[in-house]
Design a protein around this ligand. Sequence first.
Ligand SMILES: [Zn+2]
Length: 474
Amino acid sequence: MDKQAIIASIDRWFAENGGRMAEISKRIWEFAELQFKEKRSSELLMQLLREEGFSIECPVAGMDTAFVATYKNGDGPVVATLGEYDALEGLGCEIADSYRPTGGPGHGCGHNLLGTGAAAAAIAARRAMQELGIEGSVRYYGCPAEEGGSAKVFMVREHLFDGVDAVISWHPANANMVSEARAMAIMSVRYRFTGRAAHAGVCPHLGRSALDAVILMDVAVNYLREHVQPDTRIQCVITNGGKVPNVVPDEAEIWYYIRAPKKQDLDHVFSRMNLIAEGMAHATETAVRWRVGAGASCNGMPNSVISDMLRRNLQLLGGPKFSPEDWEMAKKLNSEVSLQEKAQSMSQMYAINDPEIYKLDLCEYVQTATQRGVVAPYSGDGSDVAWQAPSAQVNTCCQPVGTGNHSWQQVVCSGSSIGQKGMLAAARVMAVSFCEALCDREMLRAARAELDAQLAAYPYSCPIPPEVMPGDED
Ligand SMILES: [Zn+2]
């Protein structure tokens, strides 16, 4: 492998195409399409990839805005990336340096950058493969509905990742790093109790209250919380507690999210909650049924071998370089964020403990900590992909240090040069890493061996039941 030649080829491609990629990300920012409605966004990305010689399969896994784009250059390993392009409701879609509550959909998680940057990386790698005779395939998975639709889990369920040797993806962030923090496993489950209605004044003794069962379940689960693994989180809302006080409710429902650092712990908590539900049904002479929803994913499982390679390339190539205007803009966006809030947000979200970064409004340098073994406080559908193929993720600074995800500031940055510079920095690192992975079969074997050992200890099982389809409620 001639790494210098790879970097030179990829740099050439970005010098010629970086501006065009920024424009495409801006168009997707303007579309601001919500989950499963990303028609124009996915079509724009498919058109781009098709023009660059990728073959497209669409729709896939029963989702109209999901697709797989593949470029194959002879036989060899398959490297892949995950593109997202859905927006969030309520954050607005406006460039401003102070908060204006305009509402409506907006790219508050930077997925316009994510989808475009991943495509840029795949295309740049494709050019280098052609120029340098690197054999293998690079594949782009067009993944809709990251914000709660679990599209990637449905794609995994359809075995779309079979035969992939490495998955390298990215997400816009406030820092430049390759973190091996593990996202939590999550599941969504609704317990529906059915009792017997009765006039609450005249004949309450004839009624069997489904609401009583829901309340007792809530109390029992509160007691359960003491006896679960650390970091397990059980969150709930009562979605149906009856209609009026003078009728004993014959229907009631409580809806839970369960999160745990490991999928096996989550399975265990779930089975105990089912026992509680049955017990409370028995006690109240009601019946209970439960339904696991689409909002489910396994815990993250970053591959240390692929992460090490990606981190080395990030350190070699560096983070984004911002202009004086970018710094000025970031300062304005950060004007109401205190040093303490910055520190809290960076340590909570990314487990970053770097006193230097809190003093900055943007970050150009690279964090070197691996965060191996750290439990991240979030969940994501990319986690399930990591159980299919060795996976790693790079983050680059695309928004001010300390500015939260899903914020209006992130909307602003995702549609302006701060985000676009972060995107191109990430894409360059990914493109070089795709080529390196295709050339280094020994590394791919080591990465696969690590994953196989993890799967031997606890095999993958899809967290979404077979009867639940994309777009179904949680
Ligand atoms: Zn996101």
